[in-house]
Design a protein around this ligand. Structure first.
Ligand code: NAP
Length: 354
Protein backbone atom coordinates (compact mmCIF):
# COMPACT_ATOMS: atom_id res chain seq x y z
CA UNK A 1 0.00 0.00 0.00
CA UNK A 2 1.26 3.45 -0.96
CA UNK A 3 0.14 6.87 0.29
CA UNK A 4 -0.41 8.96 -2.83
CA UNK A 5 -1.19 12.60 -3.63
CA UNK A 6 -3.42 12.83 -6.73
CA UNK A 7 -3.94 16.29 -8.22
CA UNK A 8 -7.18 17.29 -9.97
CA UNK A 9 -9.51 14.97 -8.03
CA UNK A 10 -12.65 16.51 -9.56
CA UNK A 11 -11.59 15.55 -13.10
CA UNK A 12 -12.88 12.78 -15.37
CA UNK A 13 -9.65 10.76 -15.42
CA UNK A 14 -8.92 11.37 -11.73
CA UNK A 15 -12.37 10.01 -10.85
CA UNK A 16 -11.49 6.64 -12.41
CA UNK A 17 -7.95 6.79 -11.05
CA UNK A 18 -9.08 7.33 -7.45
CA UNK A 19 -11.41 4.30 -7.68
CA UNK A 20 -8.61 2.20 -9.18
CA UNK A 21 -6.04 3.22 -6.56
CA UNK A 22 -8.50 2.63 -3.69
CA UNK A 23 -9.38 -0.81 -5.06
CA UNK A 24 -5.65 -1.66 -5.09
CA UNK A 25 -5.37 -0.80 -1.40
CA UNK A 26 -3.66 2.59 -1.65
CA UNK A 27 -4.58 5.62 0.44
CA UNK A 28 -5.08 8.95 -1.29
CA UNK A 29 -5.15 12.65 -0.71
CA UNK A 30 -6.51 14.49 -3.73
CA UNK A 31 -6.39 18.18 -4.56
CA UNK A 32 -9.54 19.98 -5.70
CA UNK A 33 -10.24 23.66 -6.25
CA UNK A 34 -13.17 24.23 -3.88
CA UNK A 35 -14.72 22.83 -0.70
CA UNK A 36 -17.84 21.98 -2.72
CA UNK A 37 -15.79 19.81 -5.09
CA UNK A 38 -14.16 18.13 -2.09
CA UNK A 39 -17.60 17.23 -0.71
CA UNK A 40 -18.66 15.89 -4.08
CA UNK A 41 -15.55 13.66 -4.43
CA UNK A 42 -15.80 12.31 -0.87
CA UNK A 43 -19.56 11.66 -1.19
CA UNK A 44 -18.83 9.01 -3.80
CA UNK A 45 -17.02 6.82 -1.27
CA UNK A 46 -19.28 6.59 1.80
CA UNK A 47 -17.80 3.23 2.82
CA UNK A 48 -14.13 4.20 2.55
CA UNK A 49 -12.33 4.87 5.85
CA UNK A 50 -11.66 8.60 6.33
CA UNK A 51 -7.90 7.92 6.40
CA UNK A 52 -8.00 6.29 2.97
CA UNK A 53 -9.34 9.27 1.02
CA UNK A 54 -8.97 12.95 1.87
CA UNK A 55 -9.07 16.22 -0.05
CA UNK A 56 -6.90 19.30 0.06
CA UNK A 57 -7.86 22.58 -1.61
CA UNK A 58 -5.56 24.04 -4.28
CA UNK A 59 -7.59 26.81 -5.95
CA UNK A 60 -5.28 27.60 -8.87
CA UNK A 61 -2.12 25.74 -9.83
CA UNK A 62 -1.08 28.51 -12.22
CA UNK A 63 0.03 30.39 -9.11
CA UNK A 64 3.64 29.87 -8.04
CA UNK A 65 4.03 27.51 -5.06
CA UNK A 66 0.39 26.37 -5.37
CA UNK A 67 1.19 22.82 -4.24
CA UNK A 68 3.66 23.64 -1.44
CA UNK A 69 1.16 22.95 1.34
CA UNK A 70 -0.55 20.03 -0.39
CA UNK A 71 2.64 17.92 -0.67
CA UNK A 72 3.53 18.37 3.00
CA UNK A 73 2.45 16.13 5.86
CA UNK A 74 3.48 18.32 8.80
CA UNK A 75 2.06 16.06 11.50
CA UNK A 76 3.69 12.90 10.15
CA UNK A 77 1.20 10.76 12.07
CA UNK A 78 -0.86 7.67 11.26
CA UNK A 79 -3.69 9.92 10.08
CA UNK A 80 -1.35 12.21 8.11
CA UNK A 81 1.51 10.06 6.82
CA UNK A 82 4.11 11.41 4.39
CA UNK A 83 3.47 10.68 0.72
CA UNK A 84 5.42 8.00 -1.15
CA UNK A 85 4.10 8.96 -4.59
CA UNK A 86 2.40 11.78 -6.47
CA UNK A 87 0.19 11.55 -9.57
CA UNK A 88 -0.34 14.86 -11.34
CA UNK A 89 -3.47 14.67 -13.52
CA UNK A 90 -4.72 18.28 -13.25
CA UNK A 91 -4.53 20.38 -16.41
CA UNK A 92 -7.12 22.47 -18.24
CA UNK A 93 -8.74 20.45 -21.03
CA UNK A 94 -11.10 22.45 -23.23
CA UNK A 95 -10.92 24.21 -26.57
CA UNK A 96 -12.59 27.56 -25.75
CA UNK A 97 -9.38 29.53 -25.39
CA UNK A 98 -9.44 33.32 -25.36
CA UNK A 99 -5.96 33.91 -23.92
CA UNK A 100 -3.69 30.90 -24.50
CA UNK A 101 -1.09 31.89 -21.92
CA UNK A 102 -3.58 32.56 -19.14
CA UNK A 103 -6.18 29.90 -19.96
CA UNK A 104 -3.84 27.05 -20.91
CA UNK A 105 -0.07 27.46 -20.77
CA UNK A 106 0.20 28.95 -17.26
CA UNK A 107 -1.93 26.33 -15.46
CA UNK A 108 -0.56 23.42 -17.52
CA UNK A 109 3.12 24.36 -17.31
CA UNK A 110 3.24 26.09 -13.92
CA UNK A 111 1.11 23.30 -12.46
CA UNK A 112 3.46 20.59 -13.78
CA UNK A 113 6.72 22.29 -12.89
CA UNK A 114 5.13 23.53 -9.66
CA UNK A 115 4.23 20.08 -8.37
CA UNK A 116 7.72 18.79 -9.20
CA UNK A 117 9.33 21.75 -7.43
CA UNK A 118 7.06 21.44 -4.37
CA UNK A 119 7.81 17.72 -4.04
CA UNK A 120 11.53 18.34 -4.50
CA UNK A 121 11.58 21.01 -1.78
CA UNK A 122 9.05 19.79 0.77
CA UNK A 123 8.32 16.08 0.33
CA UNK A 124 11.54 14.05 0.57
CA UNK A 125 9.52 10.88 1.27
CA UNK A 126 8.17 10.89 -2.33
CA UNK A 127 10.02 8.38 -4.50
CA UNK A 128 7.72 8.25 -7.55
CA UNK A 129 6.00 10.99 -9.54
CA UNK A 130 3.64 10.12 -12.39
CA UNK A 131 2.43 12.86 -14.72
CA UNK A 132 -0.53 12.69 -17.08
CA UNK A 133 0.68 14.12 -20.36
CA UNK A 134 -1.17 13.37 -23.59
CA UNK A 135 -0.98 12.23 -27.18
CA UNK A 136 -1.16 16.02 -27.67
CA UNK A 137 2.50 16.12 -26.58
CA UNK A 138 3.33 13.53 -29.27
CA UNK A 139 1.31 14.94 -32.17
CA UNK A 140 3.54 16.11 -35.01
CA UNK A 141 1.82 17.75 -38.01
CA UNK A 142 4.87 16.95 -40.16
CA UNK A 143 4.71 13.19 -39.51
CA UNK A 144 4.30 11.24 -42.77
CA UNK A 145 0.88 9.64 -43.30
CA UNK A 146 0.78 5.88 -42.59
CA UNK A 147 3.81 6.00 -40.26
CA UNK A 148 3.34 4.71 -36.70
CA UNK A 149 3.00 6.85 -33.58
CA UNK A 150 4.93 5.63 -30.54
CA UNK A 151 6.66 7.01 -27.44
CA UNK A 152 9.47 8.26 -29.72
CA UNK A 153 7.21 10.99 -31.17
CA UNK A 154 7.24 14.57 -29.93
CA UNK A 155 5.09 17.58 -30.70
CA UNK A 156 7.70 19.98 -32.17
CA UNK A 157 6.18 23.15 -30.65
CA UNK A 158 8.53 25.36 -28.59
CA UNK A 159 8.07 28.46 -26.42
CA UNK A 160 9.17 30.57 -29.42
CA UNK A 161 6.16 29.57 -31.54
CA UNK A 162 3.69 28.71 -28.74
CA UNK A 163 1.62 31.87 -29.15
CA UNK A 164 1.53 31.84 -32.96
CA UNK A 165 -2.04 31.62 -34.36
CA UNK A 166 -1.63 27.97 -35.42
CA UNK A 167 -0.47 26.87 -31.93
CA UNK A 168 -2.56 28.95 -29.56
CA UNK A 169 -6.21 28.41 -30.53
CA UNK A 170 -8.77 25.67 -29.92
CA UNK A 171 -7.43 22.13 -30.02
CA UNK A 172 -3.94 23.37 -30.99
CA UNK A 173 -3.79 25.59 -27.90
CA UNK A 174 -4.54 22.59 -25.70
CA UNK A 175 -1.95 20.47 -27.55
CA UNK A 176 0.67 23.19 -27.10
CA UNK A 177 -0.04 23.40 -23.36
CA UNK A 178 0.50 19.65 -22.93
CA UNK A 179 3.64 19.56 -25.08
CA UNK A 180 5.27 22.46 -23.23
CA UNK A 181 4.30 21.01 -19.84
CA UNK A 182 5.81 17.60 -20.59
CA UNK A 183 9.00 19.09 -22.06
CA UNK A 184 9.41 21.26 -18.95
CA UNK A 185 8.86 18.24 -16.69
CA UNK A 186 11.69 16.25 -18.30
CA UNK A 187 13.91 19.37 -18.30
CA UNK A 188 13.26 19.77 -14.56
CA UNK A 189 14.32 16.17 -13.92
CA UNK A 190 17.49 16.63 -15.97
CA UNK A 191 18.45 19.89 -14.28
CA UNK A 192 17.43 19.29 -10.66
CA UNK A 193 18.10 15.54 -10.36
CA UNK A 194 15.56 15.25 -7.52
CA UNK A 195 15.25 12.32 -5.11
CA UNK A 196 12.23 10.88 -7.00
CA UNK A 197 11.76 9.28 -10.41
CA UNK A 198 9.31 10.43 -13.10
CA UNK A 199 7.02 8.38 -15.33
CA UNK A 200 4.86 10.14 -17.94
CA UNK A 201 1.68 8.73 -19.46
CA UNK A 202 0.48 9.94 -22.86
CA UNK A 203 -3.17 8.94 -23.26
CA UNK A 204 -4.96 9.46 -26.54
CA UNK A 205 -8.54 10.77 -26.47
CA UNK A 206 -10.21 9.23 -23.41
CA UNK A 207 -13.75 7.84 -23.45
CA UNK A 208 -15.50 5.95 -20.66
CA UNK A 209 -17.94 6.21 -17.77
CA UNK A 210 -18.25 9.62 -16.15
CA UNK A 211 -18.38 10.27 -12.42
CA UNK A 212 -21.59 9.36 -10.61
CA UNK A 213 -21.42 12.76 -8.94
CA UNK A 214 -22.03 14.57 -12.24
CA UNK A 215 -25.43 16.25 -12.04
CA UNK A 216 -25.86 17.67 -15.55
CA UNK A 217 -24.98 16.59 -19.08
CA UNK A 218 -23.84 20.20 -19.61
CA UNK A 219 -20.86 19.44 -17.34
CA UNK A 220 -19.58 16.42 -19.27
CA UNK A 221 -15.80 16.59 -19.78
CA UNK A 222 -14.38 17.59 -23.17
CA UNK A 223 -13.47 14.13 -24.48
CA UNK A 224 -16.95 12.69 -23.79
CA UNK A 225 -18.88 15.62 -25.29
CA UNK A 226 -19.34 13.85 -28.63
CA UNK A 227 -21.00 10.89 -26.85
CA UNK A 228 -23.35 13.27 -25.06
CA UNK A 229 -24.19 15.02 -28.34
CA UNK A 230 -24.94 11.72 -30.07
CA UNK A 231 -27.34 10.50 -27.37
CA UNK A 232 -29.28 13.76 -27.11
CA UNK A 233 -29.72 13.89 -30.90
CA UNK A 234 -27.57 17.02 -31.33
CA UNK A 235 -25.51 15.43 -34.15
CA UNK A 236 -28.44 13.86 -36.02
CA UNK A 237 -28.27 16.24 -38.97
CA UNK A 238 -24.45 16.20 -39.23
CA UNK A 239 -21.96 13.81 -37.70
CA UNK A 240 -18.93 15.89 -36.65
CA UNK A 241 -15.45 15.14 -38.03
CA UNK A 242 -13.50 12.72 -35.84
CA UNK A 243 -10.51 15.11 -35.34
CA UNK A 244 -8.23 13.12 -33.00
CA UNK A 245 -7.62 9.63 -34.39
CA UNK A 246 -6.63 7.52 -31.35
CA UNK A 247 -8.64 6.64 -28.25
CA UNK A 248 -8.40 4.81 -24.90
CA UNK A 249 -10.92 3.89 -22.20
CA UNK A 250 -10.65 5.83 -18.94
CA UNK A 251 -10.45 2.62 -16.86
CA UNK A 252 -7.46 1.40 -18.89
CA UNK A 253 -5.80 4.82 -18.63
CA UNK A 254 -6.42 4.80 -14.86
CA UNK A 255 -4.93 1.32 -14.50
CA UNK A 256 -1.84 2.46 -16.44
CA UNK A 257 -1.34 5.28 -13.93
CA UNK A 258 -1.71 2.90 -10.97
CA UNK A 259 0.81 0.44 -12.43
CA UNK A 260 3.20 3.30 -13.19
CA UNK A 261 3.10 4.25 -9.50
CA UNK A 262 3.63 0.66 -8.39
CA UNK A 263 6.37 -0.51 -10.79
CA UNK A 264 9.81 1.01 -10.34
CA UNK A 265 10.79 -0.27 -13.81
CA UNK A 266 8.58 2.40 -15.40
CA UNK A 267 10.83 5.16 -14.03
CA UNK A 268 12.23 7.57 -16.58
CA UNK A 269 9.85 6.46 -19.35
CA UNK A 270 6.84 7.82 -21.21
CA UNK A 271 4.00 5.52 -22.34
CA UNK A 272 1.60 6.03 -25.26
CA UNK A 273 -1.83 4.84 -24.11
CA UNK A 274 -4.16 3.89 -26.95
CA UNK A 275 -6.49 1.04 -27.80
CA UNK A 276 -6.20 2.06 -31.45
CA UNK A 277 -7.89 4.20 -34.08
CA UNK A 278 -11.55 5.13 -34.28
CA UNK A 279 -13.86 7.32 -36.32
CA UNK A 280 -17.13 8.92 -35.22
CA UNK A 281 -19.13 6.65 -37.52
CA UNK A 282 -17.91 3.68 -35.45
CA UNK A 283 -19.17 5.40 -32.32
CA UNK A 284 -22.57 5.95 -33.91
CA UNK A 285 -22.68 2.27 -34.89
CA UNK A 286 -21.67 1.16 -31.39
CA UNK A 287 -24.41 3.29 -29.80
CA UNK A 288 -27.03 2.05 -32.28
CA UNK A 289 -26.05 -1.59 -31.66
CA UNK A 290 -26.28 -1.39 -27.86
CA UNK A 291 -29.20 1.05 -27.58
CA UNK A 292 -31.74 0.54 -30.41
CA UNK A 293 -34.04 3.05 -28.69
CA UNK A 294 -31.48 5.82 -29.41
CA UNK A 295 -31.22 5.14 -33.16
CA UNK A 296 -33.78 7.82 -34.09
CA UNK A 297 -31.50 10.55 -32.74
CA UNK A 298 -28.35 9.31 -34.48
CA UNK A 299 -27.06 10.54 -37.85
CA UNK A 300 -27.60 8.19 -40.81
CA UNK A 301 -26.77 8.08 -44.52
CA UNK A 302 -25.34 11.32 -45.93
CA UNK A 303 -25.28 12.90 -42.44
CA UNK A 304 -22.49 10.45 -41.49
CA UNK A 305 -20.14 11.64 -44.23
CA UNK A 306 -17.87 13.89 -42.13
CA UNK A 307 -17.45 11.23 -39.43
CA UNK A 308 -15.93 8.57 -41.73
CA UNK A 309 -12.27 7.57 -41.77
CA UNK A 310 -10.32 9.45 -44.44
CA UNK A 311 -10.14 7.69 -47.83
CA UNK A 312 -7.70 4.79 -47.40
CA UNK A 313 -8.42 4.36 -43.68
CA UNK A 314 -6.81 5.79 -40.52
CA UNK A 315 -4.12 8.35 -41.34
CA UNK A 316 -1.46 6.93 -38.98
CA UNK A 317 -0.52 3.59 -37.50
CA UNK A 318 0.40 3.12 -33.83
CA UNK A 319 2.62 1.07 -31.55
CA UNK A 320 1.17 0.60 -28.06
CA UNK A 321 3.30 -2.45 -27.25
CA UNK A 322 5.20 -0.81 -24.36
CA UNK A 323 1.95 -0.13 -22.49
CA UNK A 324 0.78 -3.70 -23.15
CA UNK A 325 4.03 -5.40 -22.15
CA UNK A 326 5.34 -3.15 -19.38
CA UNK A 327 2.08 -1.83 -17.85
CA UNK A 328 0.03 -4.96 -18.57
CA UNK A 329 -2.83 -3.09 -20.22
CA UNK A 330 -5.34 -5.30 -22.03
CA UNK A 331 -7.22 -2.55 -23.85
CA UNK A 332 -11.02 -2.58 -23.85
CA UNK A 333 -12.91 -2.59 -27.14
CA UNK A 334 -14.55 0.54 -28.53
CA UNK A 335 -17.94 -1.20 -28.32
CA UNK A 336 -17.54 -1.83 -24.57
CA UNK A 337 -16.22 1.65 -23.88
CA UNK A 338 -18.95 3.43 -25.84
CA UNK A 339 -21.70 1.30 -24.28
CA UNK A 340 -20.46 1.98 -20.73
CA UNK A 341 -19.97 5.70 -21.44
CA UNK A 342 -23.50 6.01 -22.78
CA UNK A 343 -24.92 4.06 -19.83
CA UNK A 344 -23.25 6.49 -17.41
CA UNK A 345 -24.59 9.50 -19.33
CA UNK A 346 -28.11 8.10 -19.45
CA UNK A 347 -28.00 7.57 -15.69
CA UNK A 348 -27.55 11.35 -15.34
CA UNK A 349 -30.47 11.95 -17.71
CA UNK A 350 -32.64 9.57 -15.70
CA UNK A 351 -31.71 11.15 -12.35
CA UNK A 352 -32.70 14.53 -13.80
CA UNK A 353 -36.10 13.37 -15.01
CA UNK A 354 -37.17 11.73 -11.74
P1 NAP B 1 -11.05 17.29 -16.71
O1 NAP B 1 -12.17 16.42 -16.37
O2 NAP B 1 -11.34 18.63 -17.30
O3 NAP B 1 -10.13 17.47 -15.43
C1 NAP B 1 -9.14 18.44 -15.36
C2 NAP B 1 -8.78 18.66 -13.92
O4 NAP B 1 -7.79 19.71 -13.83
C3 NAP B 1 -9.97 19.12 -13.06
O5 NAP B 1 -9.87 18.53 -11.80
C4 NAP B 1 -9.75 20.62 -12.97
O6 NAP B 1 -10.36 21.22 -11.84
C5 NAP B 1 -8.23 20.67 -12.86
N1 NAP B 1 -7.74 22.00 -13.19
C6 NAP B 1 -7.85 22.67 -14.38
N2 NAP B 1 -7.30 23.88 -14.28
C7 NAP B 1 -6.83 24.01 -13.00
C8 NAP B 1 -6.15 25.04 -12.29
N3 NAP B 1 -5.84 26.21 -12.86
N4 NAP B 1 -5.81 24.81 -11.00
C9 NAP B 1 -6.11 23.63 -10.39
N5 NAP B 1 -6.75 22.60 -11.02
C10 NAP B 1 -7.10 22.81 -12.31
O7 NAP B 1 -10.06 16.60 -17.76
P2 NAP B 1 -9.62 15.07 -17.89
O8 NAP B 1 -10.11 14.62 -19.19
O9 NAP B 1 -9.91 14.31 -16.66
O10 NAP B 1 -8.04 15.27 -18.01
C11 NAP B 1 -7.17 14.89 -16.96
C12 NAP B 1 -5.75 14.88 -17.48
O11 NAP B 1 -5.67 13.95 -18.56
C13 NAP B 1 -5.27 16.22 -18.04
O12 NAP B 1 -3.92 16.36 -17.73
C14 NAP B 1 -5.47 16.05 -19.54
O13 NAP B 1 -4.63 16.90 -20.28
C15 NAP B 1 -5.10 14.59 -19.69
N6 NAP B 1 -5.62 13.94 -20.87
C16 NAP B 1 -6.96 13.85 -21.06
C17 NAP B 1 -7.45 13.23 -22.20
C18 NAP B 1 -8.93 13.09 -22.46
O14 NAP B 1 -9.29 12.76 -23.61
N7 NAP B 1 -9.81 13.29 -21.48
C19 NAP B 1 -6.56 12.69 -23.14
C20 NAP B 1 -5.19 12.79 -22.89
C21 NAP B 1 -4.73 13.41 -21.76
P3 NAP B 1 -11.90 21.73 -11.92
O15 NAP B 1 -12.75 20.52 -12.03
O16 NAP B 1 -12.11 22.46 -10.67
O17 NAP B 1 -11.95 22.62 -13.13
Amino acid sequence: MVHILVTGGSGFLANALISTLLSRGHSIVTTVRTAEKARSVLAQYPHIAPNQLKCKIVPDMAVADAFDDAVRSPNDSESDPPFSAVVHTASPFHYSITNAKKDMFDPAVNGTVGILRSVHQYAPSVKRVVITSSFAAMFNPAKPAKSKYSEADWNPVTWDDAESPENAHGQSGYRTSKALAEKEAWAFMEKEKPGFTLTVLNPSLIFGPVSESLTSLDDVNTSNERMRDFIIGASKEKCPPTASQFWVDVRDAALAHAVAVEKDETAGKRYFLTAGSFCNVEIVEAIGKEFPELRDGLPTGEALKDGQYPAGGPKYGFDNSASVKELGINYRSLQESVADTVRSLRAIQERNTV
